[in-house]
Design a protein around this ligand. Structure first.
Ligand SMILES: Cc1cc2nc3c(=O)[nH]c(=O)nc-3n(C[C@H](O)[C@H](O)[C@H](O)COP(=O)(O)OP(=O)(O)OC[C@H]3O[C@@H](n4cnc5c(N)ncnc54)[C@H](O)[C@@H]3O)c2cc1C
Length: 440
């Protein structure tokens, strides 16, 4: 069968793929670009608002970020705001809520006080609130509490995003660029990718396609594609799912808690759900699951192909579970899924945010919560937190993007765009890009 030819094919219609589609359509002279998505709609997996925390991460309330990482994330978030604010539909994409990170007890309050000194010069809207200040913004956080509390917060800024709506807007904006052939194939599963003499042949459930450059942004599946082509063997994937719990409308904005250095993803938060009005959502938990997609048992075999129980993987896992705190945390997160005990167990954690929360207030949010594809660096026997990119340098890229991947979609897309522009030798209108998105 004759294959349709594209300049660039993007595999995966989540926010990473959609942001890149937009950037290539708007700022390069590439004419033929295709996006291939296996499900029937854009951004139905981890990018969908029901599956993530809907937070525009700016680095001011995420205590697991160093100042350097925070500044990078702040710049990424600003690109999203600069893009979305000029859209007529921006009020369905970006939302202003107050946000804070809450310290409970002397040690956490001292840590936040120090952090305020370091971060405040870089975040001019950041405030440091004692109990009275917190009570003005979030009264339910203060009610019924005896310990000392302190918070770093921002009252009037964009803090929440409907990432699916943002992804949809990228696709429709890309399609509106004149003189471009932008093809979006839904319900089309990419089965394999092969390098040929001048092209990549992308075999799909619909038809074969050819492209001069391919970007695979298919979450954990990206690593599977890479390894099938002989790349990225130094990585394995540890899928970390996140579940949520609903409570009545008890928070006005986002309340994050202080992260524990040893436990990535450990600290839960609470915030109003953008998609279920009138509910506060608490979470996410951090459940290690042997599947690449939540609630899709067919992806268990994909996980097993990636996990490869070899020395690098087993060594990394051993280094994790030998720490008692991590072991207990992994176990606790399994118990967070077990009916009857889960609410009781989770209540303890959620009460760190709202002390008067009652058991009957909490319900497990069914079919809510996606998977973060955390990479295991087998050579250095450690978890690779944050985004991972495999670039063999021959016209193909593989992206794995756990949190804050949705916030960083345009910043990550810019990196891909620059690699593509260098490789294909096409034009990039950098001036327009800078004036519209103002990347730092
Ligand atoms: C619990 C949780 C909370 C999070 N909270 C936040 C947050 O508050 N803020 C934030 O910035 N980030 C957050 N994240 C991270 C964020 O959701 C992800 O970084 C982001 O959605 C990744 O987008 P993506 O496009 O790379 O992947 P995805 O959204 O997973 O999209 C990948 C796409 O590839 C498609 N695909 C896979 N295989 C194939 C194939 N063979 N053929 C064709 N298509 C294929 C899939 O169907 C899917 O649509 C959170 C994640 C989780 C799990």
């Amino acid at each position: 069968m004759e294959a349709r030819q594209y300049d660039v094919i993007i595999v995966g219609g989540g926010i990473s793929g959609c942001a890149l589609l937009y950037l290539l359509a708007r700022y390069t002279d590439l004419k033929n670009i295709a996006l291939i998505e296996k499900y029937g709609s854009i951004a139905s997996l981890n990018t969908h608002g029901r599956n993530n925390s809907q937070t525009l991460h700016c680095g001011d309330i995420e205590t697991n970020y160093t100042l350097e990482k925070a500044k990078k994330v702040k710049a990424a978030a600003a690109m999203v705001v600069n893009y979305a604010r000029q859209l007529p539909s921006s009020e369905h994409i970006l939302y202003k809520y107050s946000k804070m990170v809450l310290g409970v007890g002397e040690a956490e309050c001292d840590l936040l006080q120090k952090r305020y000194e370091e971060f405040h010069p870089h975040y001019d809207k950041m405030q440091c609130w004692d109990a009275d200040g917190i009570s003005r913004v979030e009264p339910n956080v203060v009610w019924g509490r005896n310990e000392r509390i302190l918070a770093l917060g921002v009252e009037d800024d964009y803090s929440a995003v409907n990432f699916q709506a943002l992804s949809d807007s990228f696709v429709s904006q890309a399609r509106q660029v004149p003189g471009k052939n932008i093809s979006v194939y839904l319900n089309t599963r990419v089965k394999s990718i092969h390098q040929e003499e001048n092209n990549f042949r992308v075999q799909t459930s619909r038809a074969p396609f050819d492209a001069r450059f391919v970007v695979v942004s298919a979450s954990g599946h990206s690593l599977l594609f890479a390894q099938n082509m002989g790349y990225g063997k130094e990585y394995a994937c540890l899928p970390v799912a996140g579940s949520f719990y609903y409570a009545p409308d008890i928070l006005n904005g986002k309340v994050y808690t202080v992260q524990n250095d040893k436990l990535p993803f450990a600290a839960i938060h609470g915030d109003p759900d953008l998609l279920v009005r009138g509910k506060t959502r608490f979470g996410p938990t951090a459940l290690i699951l042997p599947m690449l997609e939540r609630r899709n048992y067919r992806t268990v075999t994909d996980f097993l192909r990636l996990f490869s129980f070899d020395r690098g993987v087993m060594g990394t896992m051993w280094d994790l579970v030998k720490v008692k705190e991590i072991r207990n945390y992994i176990l606790k997160n399994f118990l967070f899924e077990v009916p009857y005990i889960r609410q009781r167990l989770f209540l303890k954690d959620a009460r760190k945010i709202v002390p008067t929360l009652q058991l009957e207030d909490l319900t497990f949010a069914r079919h809510i919560g996606g998977v973060r594809p955390v990479m295991i660096d087998k050579i250095n026997r450690r978890l690779h937190l944050g985004e991972a990119k495999i670039n063999p340098g021959n016209g193909i890229l593989f992206n794995m993007t756990p949190s804050p991947g949705a916030t960083s979609c345009l910043q990550n897309g810019e990196q891909d765009l620059r690699i593509i522009v260098d490789y294909l030798g096409c034009e990039f209108n950098e001036q327009k890009f800078r004036s519209e998105l103002n990347p730092q």
